[in-house]
Design a protein around this ligand. Structure first.
Ligand code: HEM
Length: 332
């Protein structure tokens, strides 16, 4: 059965993580990588299985150990990904595309397709990944990275910081409105799109730097493109999550929505979407999504769905605060 998520590690301080036990290695045939530079890097250093297929327990442990993500945030992100894109029977998730290594998927519409599946966790207006509409939603995109560099030059003196994050977030939304007729920016994607912009500052800056946290372009390329810790990299000296996100949100207020009727420059706000005033809608929408994937589960599949939803809710409730728990598959 799906085991409960790990708690926080006993030591959560500063540590060399690009160490002898975790050497970077190039991809082998069949290794899977995806849209998340954090998970990609952890896999390429062996904090995660190097093939890119892992259990939620392995993912929580890896992001805590390798990048010092705070326990509740680690569970929140991991089980969100696992519930939407993982295999609930084998307890395995691909950090990229679909692979037979996660085991036989439950009957359709379930797909166990991995983190690359668009419109689940992965979504539009990413920083260094293009929109699904343009054909590749998960690979490092040099043109978009050049834009990140340009914005870091213009707003951060050559470094990526929270100010740059606020400007780049807004500009990537405008890019998608102008060019992607299928642009969707609501619910899970709306919330995560803001969170992911501060992660490079909170997680990819060496933990020995304690004031004026800002990411050099060399180190940014190392994580985003090469999936590699910079030489001698130390993780944050305390557990972190989405610190700074309020600054990014405040820089340009923007409501959830999308381009309507398959037309560019036709952004329409969706008042029913989750937003920062209605965070529990994120929980509601994900549970609806899971029910959509598993309309009538039985046996071990049903047990694991009940358990994984329970584990996720526990973290949701701590981090979003006071959401009403839903029991679409009953309780154990
Ligand atoms: C995207 C960092 C944990 C799934 C991203 C991005 C960053 C990031 C910076 C934006 C990439 C871009 O737009 O170019 C991190 C860090 C983590 C972490 C530092 C932990 C310390 C996780 C976990 C999951 C996850 C646990 C799920 C199991 C994703 C997905 C995307 C993403 C699906 C793509 C979202 C999109 O469409 O842009 N992550 N992440 N990440 N991450 Fe992570």
């Amino acid at each position: 059965d799906a085991p409960p998520p790990p708690g926080p590690p006993s030591f959560t301080g500063l540590k060399l993580v690009n160490d002898r036990d975790h050497p970077w290695k190039p991809l082998r045939k069949g290794d899977v990588r995806g849209p998340c530079p954090g998970l990609n890097t952890l896999a390429s250093h062996g904090y995660l299985p190097r093939d890119g297929v892992a259990t939620p327990t392995q993912i929580v442990n890896a992001i805590q150990e390798g990048l010092n993500m705070e326990n509740t945030a680690a569970i929140l992100a991991t089980y969100l990904g696992h519930l939407l894109n993982g295999n609930q029977v084998t307890d395995l998730l691909s950090i990229g595309g679909k692979t037979p290594k996660t085991g036989p998927p439950p009957p359709a519409p379930a797909h166990a397709g991995g983190l690359n599946v668009h419109g689940t966790f992965e979504g539009d207006a990413g920083l260094t990944r293009a929109d699904e509409f343009f054909g590749d939603n998960h690979s490092f995109n040099q043109t978009l990275f050049d834009k990140l560099v340009d914005f870091s030059n213009r707003y951060g003196g050559g470094f990526y910081n929270y100010t740059v994050a606020g400007e780049l977030r807004y500009s990537r939304i405008q890019d998608s409105i102008a060019t992607n007729p299928q642009f969707s920016f609501k619910n899970v994607r709306y919330i995560t799109a803001y969170g992911e912009t501060v992660f490079p500052v909170n997680f990819f800056v060496d933990g020995r730097v304690t004031t004026d946290r800002k990411l050099s372009m060399e180190d940014a390329a190392s994580f985003f493109r090469d999936m590699r810790f910079p030489p001698d990299f130390h993780r944050s000296d305390h557990p972190v999550s989405n610190q700074g996100v309020d600054q990014v949100i405040a820089a340009h207020s923007w409501l959830p929505g999308g381009n309507a009727d398959g037309k560019v420059n036709n952004y329409v706000v969706d008042p029913t979407s989750a937003d920062f005033e209605h965070r529990c809608r994120l929980y509601d929408r994900v549970v609806e999504g899971v029910v959509g994937l598993y309309p009538s589960p039985t046996g071990i599949l049903k047990r694991n769905l009940i358990k994984n939803l329970q584990y996720w809710y526990t973290a949701v409730n701590v981090s979003l605060g006071g959401c009403t728990q839903l029991f679409p598959f009953g309780q154990l």
